[in-house]
Design a protein around this ligand. Structure first.
Ligand SMILES: Nc1ncnc2c1ncn2[C@@H]1O[C@H](COP(=O)(O)OP(=O)(O)OP(=O)(O)O)[C@@H](O)[C@H]1O
Ligand SMILES: [Mg+2]
Length: 371
C-alpha cells in the first residue's frame, strides 16, 4: 500500500492530464502544495484562463517564471510547507518567443525573427496552442530550475489527446514540405515570384505599403537556421516525457464521457510508451446512507419538507451508486492502477482552504487499486 506521495517519490515530473473541466488545475495545485508540505521543492505550472488558483496562491500578477508562494498563506489553513512551493501561470506567447530566442543562432537572427510581421502572426497562432508551449516550458524548467518535482497542469482541451499530439504537429510543420519549398531559393523564386504571384505581392505592397514578400522571405530565411535546433529540442522533449522519472496522472470525473476519454488516453499513453502513474477520480458523490431516512423525519420536519428531503437523499444515493460503478468500470479498464478518489466538495475550489481540503484527500489516502 502506498500514497500519492510514495508514488511520486523519485519522480521529477508529474503531468495531470484529462478531459475538460474534470479538475486538472485543482489537482495539480493541490498535489504541488501537498508535496511541498512534505518537504520537496516543487514548481507547479498552471494553465488556467479563469485564474482562480493563481489568485488563491497569490500569483496572479506573475510573469512567465515560477514565483515562490508565501508559506503564510497556508499556515492559516493548517498546512505547514516544509519545502518550497513555486507557482506560475503559463504565458504561451512569451514561452514561444523565449524558445525562438534560445534557438536563434545569433542575436541578429533573433531580432530579425521577433520583429518580423509574419512571425508575429504565426507566433500568436502557435501560442494559441498551449499544448505545445506547456511542454516547451516544462523542458525549460527542467533545464534551468533546480526543482525536486515539477507538476504540470494541462490545457483545457476538449480532447486530452491534443496534448500528446501537439509537439509532433509542430515538428512536422518545421520538417514538412511547405517550409522546404520556401527555404529552397529556387522554390521560392519559382513559386512566390511566379509572374502572377509576384504581381499580386507588388500590388499588395503598393496598396498597403507593406512589403509582404520581403517579410515572408526574411521570415523563412531566418527560420531556416532554427530548424535543426528545433528538431533536436523536440527529440529531447520527447525523451523527457518518456523518462522513467516522469509520470502521467490521469484526472477524471466519474461521468460517462470523461471516463471514456480517460480509457482512450490511457491506451494512447501506452502506445506512445509514456509512463502512466495512476488515476485520480475527482468529484465523486458519496452518500452517507442508502437514501432511506428515519421514519421520525416527517414528525420533525412536517410531511412536505420531509418528502423533499427524502427525494434529495434518494437522488444523492443513486448518484453515489452511479459514481461508484463508473470508478469500478474505469479501474477495471485500466488494469486496476493506483487510484485515488476525491469527493465532490460542497463548494468550488477557489482558495487555499479548498486546496487544503483537496490536498488532504489526495495525499493522506492510501492508494488502493479500486476493488
Ligand atoms: N472535488 C471538487 N469538488 C467541488 N468542486 C470541484 C472539485 N474539483 C474541482 N472543482 C471545481 O470544478 C471546476 C473545474 O475545476 P478545474 O478548473 O480544476 O478543472 P480543469 O480540468 O482544470 O478544467 P479545464 O479543462 O477547464 O482546465 C472548478 O470550478 C473547481 O473549483
Ligand atoms: Mg484547468
Amino acid at each position: 500500500m502506498t500514497t500519492i506521495g510514495g508514488l511520486l517519490g523519485g519522480k521529477r515530473i508529474a503531468i495531470c492530464a484529462g478531459s475538460g473541466g474534470v479538475g486538472k488545475t485543482t489537482v495539480a495545485a493541490a498535489l504541488a502544495m501537498g508535496m511541498a508540505a512534505e518537504g520537496a521543492r516543487v514548481a507547479v505550472v498552471t494553465i488556467d484562463p479563469a485564474r482562480r488558483l493563481a489568485t488563491a496562491l497569490g500569483v496572479e500578477e506573475l510573469g512567465n517564471e515560477p514565483r515562490l508562494v508565501e508559506s503564510e498563506r497556508f499556515a492559516a489553513h493548517g498546512v505547514e510547507l516544509r519545502g518550497e512551493l513555486w507557482a506560475m501561470m503559463l504565458d504561451s506567447k512569451r514561452t514561444f518567443d523565449a524558445l525562438i530566442e534560445r534557438l536563434a543562432p545569433d542575436d541578429a537572427t533573433r531580432d530579425e525573427i521577433l520583429a518580423n510581421r509574419i512571425y508575429q502572426q504565426l507566433s500568436n497562432a502557435v501560442a494559441g496552442s498551449q499544448e505545445f508551449t506547456a511542454i516547451a516550458k516544462l523542458y525549460e524548467l527542467t533545464q534551468e530550475g533546480d526543482y525536486d518535482l515539477i507538476v504540470l497542469d494541462t490545457p483545457p482541451s476538449r480532447n486530452a489527446l491534443d496534448f500528446l499530439d501537439a509537439p509532433g504537429r509542430l515538428t512536422g510543420f518545421f520538417q514538412g514540405r511547405a517550409i522546404r519549398v520556401f527555404l529552397n531559393p529556387a522554390g521560392l523564386s519559382g513559386r512566390l515570384l511566379g509572374r502572377g504571384t509576384g504581381m499580386m505581392f507588388s500590388v499588395l505592397q503598393r496598396v498597403t505599403g507593406v512589403d509582404l514578400l520581403e517579410d515572408l522571405s526574411v521570415f523563412f530565411r531566418s527560420l531556416g537556421g532554427l530548424i535543426e535546433g528545433f528538431t533536436e529540442r523536440a527529440r529531447r522533449v520527447g525523451a523527457l516525457l518518456s523518462d522513467p522519472a516522469t509520470t502521467f496522472l490521469i484526472v477524471t470525473s466519474p461521468r460517462h464521457d470523461p471516463v471514456e476519454e480517460a480509457i482512450h488516453f490511457h491506451r494512447k499513453l501506452a502506445e506512445a510508451g509514456l509512463p502512466f502513474g495512476g488515476l485520480v477520480v475527482n468529484r465523486v458523490h458519496t452518500a452517507e446512507h442508502d437514501g432511506a431516512l428515519p421514519a421520525s423525519l416527517a414528525g420533525d420536519l412536517g410531511e412536505a419538507l420531509a418528502a423533499r428531503v427524502a427525494t434529495a437523499a434518494r437522488e444523492l444515493s443513486a448518484l453515489a451508486d452511479h459514481d461508484a460503478a463508473e470508478v469500478q468500470r474505469l479501474a477495471a479498464a485500466l488494469g486496476r492502477p493506483p487510484t485515488v478518489v476525491i469527493p465532490e466538495l460542497d463548494d468550488d475550489v477557489h482558495d487555499v482552504e479548498g486546496l487544503a481540503r483537496i490536498r488532504a484527500h489526495l495525499l493522506d489516502a492510501e492508494l488502493a487499486p479500486a476493488t
